[in-house]
Design a protein around this ligand. Structure first.
Ligand code: ADE
Ligand code: ZN
Length: 342
């Protein structure tokens, strides 16, 4: 059925219409280029990496994280946080995203140090305004950084559980694991978050190998793995993902840009999916890479010659793996069923 629709409307339109969620996107990578340029001029600040055609030239995870530290340090007004959240929801709506889990990591935003409550409030206001205007509903995942100490991580989780900030649905961890993943340092924070009813996701298998993925599942109790593509290096980790049904939140373009894989055609997304791993497609830092989610579905479909079945399977995983309420997940799943019956 759905293959006929795909043929009729073409792949570009089909992937935009496909009801789906996005579960791996960083607010830090969603600062509108116009806003970043405006505040950089106000602050007289020069980017740490060259800007080419309005976008930073990023080729490594280190380069990306340095750029995020620089750009997020420019944001010192609550209206700007509201604008970033609002514009993100609006952009996601254009890709047919019906719900998004959005990661933000307060360690990138020095102006809001000690004021994470105010920061979250700004983001929640922007997200609420966007939702009222009919754009993508957002849940927030507050992220720890791999370099933080055990005490800092525990303190953040204590605050989360006490303050229960609006729209925060999950604890996350991101950053660079090249100098070690330190999962044992974060195990207590994740366990406390779980006991307090927060959902959990973790970056692993990007700058860490397959072991990092196994540790994130076993030591952090991660319900979803952000990236996880290097699981492919160890068949026993792939088997564990399949057996436990732990989804991978895969970001194809990001992996190519940051050199995790040499090209899209060499990307393991399709090998993982065929092995029975639950995979969804995501954008990671879309504004920085100049991409959108519909475009990621389209590129992956073209590269691996995927039809409606494979595309809708990944959309289904994105919805089921999301941290939306059960009610919203059921509503989006019904939209997907209806779409597939067309
Ligand atoms: N923060 C933003 N993008 C990231 C990525 N790809 N890996 C780790 N941390 C990140
Ligand atoms: Zn990420």
């Amino acid at each position: 059925m759905s293959d006929r629709l795909l043929e009729e409307v073409g792949i570009g339109e089909y992937v935009r219409m496909l009801p789906k969620a996005e579960v791996h996107v960083h607010l830090e990578g969603c600062i509108p280029a116009a806003l970043a340029g405006r505040v950089a001029r106000e602050h007289g600040a020069a980017s740490p990496v060259p800007i080419v055609e309005g976008r930073p030239e990023i080729t490594s995870l280190k380069g990306l994280l340095d750029y995020l530290d620089w750009s997020c340090a420019l944001i010192d007004r609550r209206e700007h946080l509201e604008e970033i959240a609002y514009e993100s929801a609006k952009r996601m709506h254009d890709s047919g995203i019906l719900y998004a889990d959005v990661i933000f990591n307060p360690s990138h935003w020095p102006h809001w140090r000690g004021r994470v409550g105010e920061m979250t409030r700004g983001l929640a206001l922007g997200a609420a305004a966007a939702e009222r205007d009919g754009y993508t509903p957002i849940g927030l995942c507050l992220s720890l950084k791999r370099q933080q100490s055990r005490a800092e991580a525990n303190e953040i989780v204590d605050w989360l559980l006490e303050a229960r900030p609006e729209r925060v649905v999950a604890l996350s961890i991101d950053g660079n694991e090249a100098a070690g993943s330190h999962n044992e340092r974060f195990a207590e924070a994740f366990a406390r978050a779980a006991a307090g009813g927060l959902r959990r996701c973790a970056h692993a298998g990007e700058s860490s190998g397959a072991d990092g993925v196994r540790e994130a599942i076993e030591m952090l109790g991660a319900e979803r793995i952000d990236h996880g593509v290097r699981s492919i290096e160890d068949p026993s980790v792939v088997a564990e993902l399949v057996e436990r049904g732990v989804p991978l939140d895969i970001c194809p373009t990001s992996n190519v840009v940051l050199g995790v894989v040499p090209s899209l055609s060499a990307h393991p997304v399709e090998r993982l999916r065929r092995a029975g791993v639950r995979v969804s497609l995501n954008t990671d830092d879309p504004v920085l890479y100049g991409i959108d989610l519909a475009g990621e579905y389209e590129e992956v479909a073209a590269t691996f010659r995927l039809g409606a079945d494979a595309l809708s399977e990944m959309a289904r995983v994105s919805i089921e793996a999301s941290f939306a309420t059960e009610e919203l997940k059921a509503a989006i799943s019904r939209r997907l069923d209806d779409f597939l019956a067309r």
